[in-house]
Design a protein around this ligand. Structure first.
Ligand code: PLP
Length: 386
């Protein structure tokens, strides 16, 4: 069905941060399948895990214990705020699980059911996640949506306090960085203030780390920059480096609202996805690996900023947190033009929120590859301006 506006490119092969199309043309892929292939294409370690796993067991039902789920869940809880994990297959499914868990907890606690979300947010395409998404572009034509979602500007605390005082809100849901909305970073102390407010009004703090979790920002989880802990967190995208997988993490006293039969998934947490996710986790959860993401992110950001100081006629702002970067242009027309020139010059990026180039290289990108991309940015800005 015609659900995508596609580039006129069919990709056939990939290695690291490079992909080749059907005609053999080579591109740098700084989309990473939209923040999915964070260890690069055709990663040798992941390939080895996949081939070993498919020779043993691809799928069994959650009616049985799946050892790899236990291993991954232990990794996740030992390195986060959480005590329990539910596995699914995608971001939108993780958000559905988050909404269901928050509401179940809410019903058991003062019968609260409303959820506050933010303008410009993106949480997925299924009805719950879509209802929680603060962007009418995605919701248009799909009414009636799920009832009980309230929206406030991203970064504003007082608007939440006002809504919370009605005492019918069970959760506040935010992205630590709004990726789809154009790499929007929260104002200072936003998450810290949100945490305090949630405690004050007995609301759950749900973080959607589907795009920025698992190393993308230079910490294992983005909330770890802020010294706070959420109550519920959703992961997906890069968690199994390309094999569909999602996860919902929660603290014990919230997770216990889910009992046998409350929720489930046929495919969620199958041995193939889990074994890949264990490998991704063990690779990313490494001090040196994460420090390198920060170092390269800073390097990329500084160099992009220097470069674009020559192009203030078209570039408005550069934003970044680790290896998620955004270049905002003055106009959407120029953004489109730059995107086309980038492709022509062999660099794939994502045009998001109308006038932002979103850059998501694999987390193991090298400085030399970043330099190659900077040369392509320079050439493409020049061409777009001429
Ligand atoms: N939440 C965030 C922050 C996302 O960026 C996305 C996808 O872009 C989703 C949820 C939905 O994930 P999926 O496309 O895997 O359903």
């Amino acid at each position: 069905m015609g659900t995508y506006n596609r580039f006129q490119i069919a990709l056939k092969k990939g290695k690291g941060c490079f992909v080749w199309d059907n005609d053999g043309r080579k591109y740098m892929d700084f989309t990473s399948g939209i923040a999915v292939t964070s260890l690069g294409h055709s990663n040798d370690d992941i390939n080895k895990v996949i081939s070993e796993q498919i020779n043993n067991l691809i799928h069994v039902s959650n009616l049985f214990y799946i050892e790899q789920q236990a291993v991954l869940a232990r990794h996740l809880v030992e390195n986060s705020f959480a005590d329990r994990v539910f596995f699914c297959n995608s971001g939108t499914e993780a958000m559905e699980a988050a909404i269901k868990l928050a509401r179940k907890w809410g019903h058991e606690n003062e019968k609260k059911y409303k959820i506050i979300s933010t303008h410009g947010s993106f949480h997925g395409r299924s009805y719950g996640a879509l209802s929680a998404t603060g962007n009418q572009k995605h919701q248009l034509g799909f009414a009636p949506l799920l009832e009980g979602f309230l929206f406030v500007p991203y970064g504003e605390i007082e608007a939440i306090r006002e809504l919370a005082s009605d005492n019918d809100v069970c959760a506040v849901m935010v992205e630590p960085v709004q990726g789809e909305n154009g790499v929007i970073l929260p104002p200072e102390n936003y998450l810290e203030n949100l945490r305090e407010l949630c405690d004050e009004f007995n609301m759950l703090l749900i973080l959607d780390e589907i795009q920025v979790g698992l190393g993308r920002t230079g910490k294992l989880f983005a909330y770890q920059h802020n010294g706070i802990e959420p109550d519920i967190m959703a992961l997906a995208k890069s968690i199994a480096s390309g094999i569909p997988c999602g996860a919902l993490l929660a603290k014990d006293q919230i997770a216990e609202s889910f009992t046998p039969g409350s929720h489930g998934s046929t495919f969620g947490g199958n041995p193939l996805a889990m074994s890949c996710a264990i490998k991704v986790f063990e690779t990313v959860n490494d001090k040196d690996f994460l420090a390198n993401v920060t170092k390269l992110g800073n390097y990329f950001f500084e160099n992009l900023r220097n470069l674009t100081s020559d192009y203030t006629g078209i570039v408005k702002e550069i934003r970044a947190k680790g290896l998620i970067l955004g270049i905002e242009y003055n106009e959407s027309e120029i953004a489109k033009k730059v995107t086309e020139y980038l492709i022509k010059n062999g660099l794939l990026t994502i045009l998001t929120a109308g006038k932002v180039t979103r850059i998501l290289p694999p987390l193991n990108v090298t400085r030399d590859e970043i330099d190659q991309s900077l040369a392509i940015f320079n050439k493409s800005f020049k061409e777009a301006m001429s």
